[in-house]
Write a protein that binds this ligand. Structure first.
Ligand code: SF4
Length: 384
């Protein structure tokens, strides 16, 4: 299959691994930013094939996982209100809030619907003019443009009963926050290729220079990851710290100008809380003043929510690369994809889910009665 098979070629993978082995002379810790990359790494055992000197640390790049519990609780509150149709991608329905999830809201009579595009939600609003339709807009620079475009379209068509519950986040400020952390061990980044396909690479050179850290834009197939690791290790061994695009088939330096223009029109940059990390300055978007009437938080005024993080879930440490999922005591016992305690076990891009699905036997975790059911539990995600 074009653009799949050639990036999974075992012979080429062996050659790249040989080059990495021949290059590395001492330990290096690299962070893959995106959860999609984490899943490729764990699914194909890339971390185990690499020489022991190269450690891969899993980054916070999973849109479902970084959505703060407070926003989940706000979604639950809005979805419970009479007259509301609450629309979301599938995986958000299973993320536990403080005391329930969106599936339970639906079971209690709430009109919660799974959609595959924000435009589906806009269509529902058009067909139900006497109801309030809310779309749960989460994710990185990848999902923000279609959500922005949908709000733009709602305004253009005069569909006033459509609003967005916004929790969009931006990657470069998160890299900044990770590098500033006193516990940071990261020496090089595999940047998320799909984010750069939208935003381009202009935000990274200054970051790379200031923190003296190589940033290599990387795709999502096994050879993409290996090539990203090879280029990052090469820079580290040479004492270099520049931005390198190892995903040129998808990433242009200027990104996608149409998508960026839509973001600039509809959103404005704001501080955002990241789950398990806290507030990162300028790390998110909110609807700009011009589009405020389509902001669900503004429309429904959901204040005073009592949010309580589950004590046993250590996803905050997982998201910062301080803890590997299987080091959490609940992993595979009280926390599984079918019965998750945290978003990192729910999401199809979550690190805990990756370890559970692809490495449970190596870790001595009891094999689930129905692995297929666990895989199915993670299907239906449309968030990237
Ligand atoms: S295994 Fe479960 S409880 Fe532990 S950090 Fe991951 S999601 Fe949280």
């Amino acid at each position: 299959m074009k653009y799949i098979d050639e990036f999974q070629d075992p012979e080429l993978a062996r050659r790249l691994l040989d080059e990495i082995r021949a290059t590395v002379t001492r330990p290096w810790a690299l962070m893959e930013v995106c959860g999609g990359q984490t899943h490729t790494i764990i699914r194909h055992g890339i971390d185990q094939l690499l020489p022991p000197e190269v450690e891969l640390i899993h980054g916070p790049g999973c849109p479902v996982c970084v959505t703060p519990l407070e926003v989940i609780d706000k979604a639950l509150e809005i979805a419970s209100r009479p007259g509301v149709i609450f629309c979301s991608f599938g995986d958000m329905l299973r993320v536990p809030g403080t005391d329930r999830d969106l599936f339970q809201v639906r079971g209690q009579g709430g009109d919660v619907r799974v959609v595959y595009s924000p435009l589906d939600a806009l269509r529902i609003a058009e067909q139900n003019p006497d109801r309030e339709v809310v779309f749960f807009g989460i994710g990185f620079e990848t999902t923000a443009p279609p959500n922005a475009m949908t709000v733009h379209q709602a305004r253009k068509l005069g569909i006033r009963n459509f609003s967005l519950l916004v929790s969009h986040v931006r990657v470069p400020p998160a890299i900044e926050a990770i590098m500033r952390s006193p516990d940071c061990r990261v020496q090089g980044f595999l940047a998320a290729g799909h984010v750069c396909s939208v935003m381009g690479t202009a935000e990274y050179p200054e970051l790379a220079a200031r923190h003296r850290v190589p940033i290599v834009v990387t795709g999502f197939e096994p050879l993409d990851i290996l090539e990203g690791v090879r280029r990052t290790v090469l820079q580290l061994e040479r004492g270099e710290h520049t931005v390198d695009n190892a995903y040129p088939r998808a990433v242009l330096p200027g990104g996608n100008p149409a998508a960026r223009a839509m973001l600039d029109d509809v959103f404005e940059v704001t501080d955002r809380a990241w789950r398990g990390i806290g507030v990162i300055p300028d790390s998110g978007w909110r609807l700009s003043e011009r589009y405020r009437e389509h902001d669900a938080e503004h429309r429904f005024s959901v204040e005073g929510i009592d949010t309580r993080e589950p004590a046993e879930c250590r996803s905050g440490e997982v998201l910062q690369g301080l803890l590997k999922p299987h080091e959490c005591e609940a992993f595979g016992t009280t926390c599984t994809p079918r019965s998750p305690l945290g978003a990192t076990m729910v999401s199809s891009e979550g690190a805990c889910a990756a370890y559970y699905l692809y490495r449970r036997l190596d870790l001595g975790t009891p094999s689930p009665k129905s692995p297929a059911a666990d895989s199915a539990a993670l299907e239906g995600s449309s968030v990237v």
